[in-house]
Ligand binder design. Structure first.
Ligand code: HEC
Length: 151
């Protein structure tokens, strides 16, 4: 019995070591065109709660270096950036309506991200301030409409 456990443990350890070599994209591309913030307070709030997945200024946490967690983190960042990237305002991005919905329904930031980043959790007042700030920001620098193709 003991021997069997050791063998299983050994195989698991080998597998865990092996998957560390699967390449993951943990890059921060250049900031192409940052949105023109209405106020630094708005940027601060968005930076706190959204930038890690919706900008090119991701702060990669230590666990993003450990597979298989790293796969989930990098997937979130690349999908997040595809939808909305405050560092690539020259490209199509989600609009205020969509952002409002996700923030008010508590779908964004993602819940598992909040487990590790309690500082990204926004109070109701902070959520309202973030949305007010973004409304003003988008008045003068609106997002390019995002055409959703087959998804
Ligand atoms: C941990 C990463 C992460 C954080 C932090 C995060 N998001 Fe997201 N966000 C995602 C991912 C991943 C998607 C793509 C979801 C999908 O493919 O359904 C997304 C999608 C979105 C969308 C498009 C929704 C849709 O389904 O079309 C909006 C709007 C959005 N996020 C807003 C925000 C805002 C605003 C914040 C900050 C308050 C934020 N997100 C924080 C990961 C994140």
């Amino acid at each position: 019995m003991k021997k069997r456990l050791k063998v299983i443990g050994g195989i698991l350890l080998l597998a865990l070591t092996g998957i560390q070599f699967v390449p993951v994209d943990r890059t921060n591309p250049e900031i192409e065109d940052e949105v023109d913030w209405n106020a630094s307070e708005t940027k601060e709030l968005v930076k706190r709660a959204c930038f890690d997945c919706h900008s090119n200024e991701t702060e990669w946490p230590w666990y993003s270096y450990i597979a298989p967690i790293s796969w989930r983190v990098t997937e979130h960042v690349s999908h997040g950036r595809e939808h909305l990237n405050f560092s690539e305002w020259n490209r199509p991005n989600e609009d205020l309506e969509e952002i409002k919905e996700k923030v008010e329904e508590g779908e964004m930031p993602l819940w598992d991200y909040l487990l590790m980043h309690s500082d990204a959790k926004l109070s109701d007042e902070e959520k309202a301030a973030l949305l007010r700030g973004l409304a003003k920001t988008f008045e003068s620098d609106p997002p390019i409409e995002r055409r959703v193709e087959g998804q």
